[in-house]
Design a protein around this ligand. Structure first.
Ligand SMILES: C[S@@+](CC[C@H](N)C(=O)[O-])C[C@H]1O[C@@H](n2cnc3c(N)ncnc32)[C@H](O)[C@@H]1O
Ligand code: SF4
Length: 385
């Protein structure tokens, strides 16, 4: 049976990081009761929609509090949201309940309360492994505090995932390798996401980049960063299961896997997106208002308004299944794709002959040795779909 997850967006942060284009805004005073009502109304709305689409016996696999910085939420608010979801949805016995957190003392004090509220996985935004890189990324925490906080946090919650951003122009490959090894020796984290820095439109980094004041690494240096990071993580028993994601056995992110396998998810909160397979097997997209105040206003009454609800065109839906599925090492299940003509296209056949993509029965995947040029390969496949 396909899986179902709920994403809950909290849009506030202490300050805006220069590389970040997520829907995040500087924290301001808010009324937790208003937010709780709006979240509840939207959860109820989706429960009714799912029931109308015959999702009657489905068990919830995952809940993910993302942001912004949801660790700034009051634990009581997180608890009340989870209690409400639990009242109207059945939970899978292994449900994953993740909360994104920054590694500061502020969050450390709240971890036990989040845990009592039901959170069983923390996704920690470590981002850099030395003070210079953290400063480059505009982070507010320093490395020695971060390491001390993880020491304490991992005694309170066993399932910790860490986010890192690497391949920065200020980084030296050898130093990065040593820092990553020391980090992995010190902590028994279960999951790690290592992202290449991307320059996103509308960010401070994008302005600096356009003015020639920010450099990025060359493709060949990135390739060296990518494969040495992957090799080090593998030496420390992490399996790579997605281009940027590594886990200890059995600790794959259930939530993100729902996205990569194009299963069903419901997005609650400002700017969140939902994707649900309807009973007619059509992919339906729901888009929430992005601005926190607009979303709140539109979800405070029981009869809520969304920004947009649309049926995704068949071709786009299949391209999306390919795009997301090809991020996984195991690739994409071709049984999910009805129009397989693209496999006979000359350019796609050429990728296969070159050993860049592999097709085996009903599975299509990108060979791991070419993951550093993943975007280019996917584009070639999608353009010829
Ligand atoms: C919603 S954000 C993080 C949440 C949390 N507030 C934090 O800062 O740790 C999710 C992750 O995306 C990654 N990320 C965001 N912008 C990025 C960029 N421009 N390049 C690479 N990774 C990025 C970061 O690693 C970040 O932890
Ligand atoms: S990276 Fe995290 S803390 Fe920084 S602005 Fe984005 S969501 Fe907020």
């Amino acid at each position: 049976m396909s899986k179902l997850g709920i994403y809950i967006h909290w849009p506030y942060c202490i300050s805006k990081c220069p590389y970040c284009d997520f829907n995040s805004h500087k924290l301001k005073i808010y009324d937790p009761n208003e937010w709780l009502s709006a979240y509840k109304n939207q959860i109820k709305y989706f429960k009714e929609y799912l029931t109308s689409q015959n999702f009657k016996n489905i068990k919830l696999s995952s809940i993910f509090f993302g942001g912004g910085t949801p660790s700034l939420m009051q634990p009581k608010l997180v608890e009340q949201i989870l209690l409400f979801i639990n009242r109207i949805f059945d939970f899978d016995k292994n449900i994953e309940i993740t909360l994104e957190s920054n590694p500061t003392n502020l969050e450390l004090k709240k971890i036990n309360d989040f845990k009592s509220a039901g959170v069983n996985r923390i996704s920690l935004g470590v981002q850099g492994l030395n003070d210079n890189d953290l400063k480059f990324l505009g982070r507010l925490h320093n490395i020695s505090d971060t390491l001390n906080i993880i020491d304490i946090m991992q005694k309170q919650i066993s399932n910790i995932s860490v986010d890192l951003i690497y391949a920065l122009s200020c980084q030296n490959l050898e130093t990065w390798n040593n820092e990553l090894q020391a980090f992995l020796r010190r902590f028994s984290i279960k999951h790690l996401s290592a992202y290449q820095l991307t320059i996103e439109k509308g960010t401070k980094f994008n302005d600096l980049y356009n003015k020639g004041k920010l450099k990025t690494v060359s493709d060949s240096l990135y390739k060296r960063f990518y494969f040495s990071t992957k090799n080090i993580l593998q030496e420390y028993n992490f399996d790579q299961y997605e281009i940027s994601n590594f886990s200890k056995p059995r600790f794959l992110s259930i939530h993100n896997t729902i996205y990569w396998k194009s299963d069903n998810w419901v997005g609650i909160g400002p700017g969140a997106i939902s994707r649900i397979w309807s009973k007619e097997k059509e992919r339906i997209e729901f888009e929430n208002f992005k601005k926190p105040e607009t979303w709140l206003k539109n979800c405070l009454n029981e009869k809520i308004n969304l920004r947009k609800i649309s049926k995704i065109d068949f071709k786009i839906a299949e391209q999306e299944i390919l795009m997301m599925g090809l991020r996984l090492n195991k690739g994409v299940d071709l049984n999910k794709i009805r129009n397989k003509n693209f496999l006979l296209n000359g350019k796609v056949l050429q990728l296969q002959e070159q050993g860049i993509i592999k097709i085996n029965k009903n599975n299509l995947r990108i060979d791991e040795n070419y993951f550093n040029i993943h975007d280019y390969i996917v584009r070639k496949i999608i353009d010829n779909y």
